[in-house]
Design a protein around this ligand. Structure first.
Ligand SMILES: C[S@@+](CC[C@H](N)C(=O)[O-])C[C@H]1O[C@@H](n2cnc3c(N)ncnc32)[C@H](O)[C@@H]1O
Length: 207
């Protein structure tokens, strides 16, 4: 038992050291972003120009809120930023936050009243168990649901970006994306940890 505790402590210490030493953690503190995830979205925006013409955007799985902060800082033409998370999120001026499961009937009703979007973002992660197969299936299910949400709620020529884990096959999801968007690609931002299997699906210009 003692050995187990010790190795748990060692792992936590290693995690803490890696976190404190991480250049994007340090940068997020000096830039006032709520998390290092901000830099992943900044890289996606710079590379794919997804904010250039966007007026209305929704951020699915938004807490603690660094993507919303980025949208506020970079979205020169934005009229509205909507965000949703099952967890509480501290207020950000100019962002309308709903504490809800984006798959719930409650949120479906809210969605009906907020209109269509030019950009749907999803950085949603499931609660990871450490089991690669079940984590992949959970994450794939969320990507499929986010894609389906985007197909129902995006304007023509709108964009969809979603995180997924590249530990399994998502070719069936890509087929649907290619049928519905002019350009479909995957992107691993430099700010995404190398040892993380996360990657972003980038679907441009809905047909
Ligand atoms: C990696 S975090 C998002 C970080 C965020 N992009 C940021 O920059 O601060 C993933 C979030 O997805 C949320 N989430 C997971 N499943 C969800 C669901 N079904 N509906 C809404 N939010 C969900 C989690 O609560 C978590 O806060």
């Amino acid at each position: 038992m003692k050995i187990k505790n010790k190795s748990f402590k060692d792992k936590s210490k290693k995690w803490l050291k890696r976190h404190v030493d991480d250049e994007f953690v340090q940068k997020s503190i000096s830039d006032n972003y709520r998390s290092r995830a901000a830099y992943k979205l900044i890289e996606i925006i710079d590379k794919y120009k997804i904010l250039d013409e966007a007026e209305n955007v929704i951020d699915l799985g938004s807490a603690p809120g660094s993507w919303c902060q980025v949208l506020k800082n970079h979205g020169k033409s934005l009229n509205s930023i909507i965000s949703v998370d099952i967890l509480e999120m501290e207020e950000i001026k100019g962002v309308t936050f709903y504490r809800s499961d984006f798959l719930s009937p409650e949120f479906k009703n809210i969605s009906k009243t907020i209109g269509e979007f030019d950009l749907v973002l999803s950085d949603i992660s499931p609660n990871l168990s450490g089991n690669k197969v079940s984590d992949f299936l959970l994450s794939k299910d969320l990507v499929e649901n986010a894609l389906s949400y985007s197909l129902q709620n995006l304007n023509t020529n709108g964009h969809f970006v979603a995180k997924y884990f590249r530990t399994g096959d998502i070719s069936d999801v890509l087929t649907i994306c290619k049928r519905n968007f002019h350009k479909v690609t995957s992107f691993k931002p430099k700010s995404s940890r190398k040892n993380s299997s996360e990657i972003y699906l980038v679907c441009l210009r809905k047909k």
